[in-house]
Ligand binder design. Structure first.
Ligand code: FMN
Length: 170
């Protein structure tokens, strides 16, 4: 699929079929994620994934449910790799995580899967519930085959016009 088509086809899926995601597709997604750029090539991320009902149940410590999805990625930052630019004092870890998560999201579309990016969960409960040491849960990607009745939400259709967000510097 070309990238324009991927951008046009993707929407946040919030209703999934229970059909499991094939391991080959998970591997393909992770290979695409591996190529993500990060600031200073720091790669400050670790990705956990749950692909069985038992494993997904463990993630429910942090959030009520996952729209019936058979696969959930938990994207974490690596605490000791948090990095500040010395001049600006700015930290780029969350930008790196956003790029990794976005790559993962579009990789799902590429392999024919639906996804929804999820930040509404309790990262402390996720960290404690999964006994995570040295990593901090930042976001989730909930993934699977869309159910027959899955459809884009109103928010998907509600986008600003280009003139409202893009300004040429003259
Ligand atoms: C950083 C981020 C966090 C999000 N968190 C959630 C979430 O917790 N729950 C949810 O249902 N959707 C979540 N979304 C999905 C957005 O609501 C969705 O992308 C937006 O409304 C546009 O709709 P679309 O993805 O269908 O185009 C999140 C998206 C992003 C980028």
């Amino acid at each position: 699929m070309d990238f324009e088509k991927i951008c046009k086809e993707r929407y946040s899926v919030r209703s999934f079929s229970s059909k499991p995601v094939e391991d080959e597709k998970i591997a393909k997604i992770l290979e695409m994620v591996r190529l993500s750029p990060t600031a200073r090539n720091n790669q400050p991320y670790e990705i956990l994934y749950a692909k069985t009902p038992e494993a997904i149940e463990k993630l429910k410590v942090a959030r009520d449910g996952f729209f019936g999805a058979p696969l959930v990625f938990l994207i974490c930052s690596i605490d000791e790799k948090r990095w500040h630019n010395r001049q600006s004092g700015r930290e780029f870890t969350l930008q790196d995580i956003g790029i990794v998560a976005t790559t993962l999201m579009y990789a799902c579309t590429e392999v024919g899967l639906g996804s929804v990016y999820v930040c509404a969960f309790d990262p402390i409960k996720a960290k404690e519930g999964l006994n995570l040491d040295g990593i901090t849960p930042e976001c989730m990607m909930v993934v699977g085959y869309p159910s027959d009745d899955a459809k884009p939400s109103q928010m998907h259709l509600d986008r600003r016009n280009i003139e409202e967000f893009a300004k040429e510097i003259k």
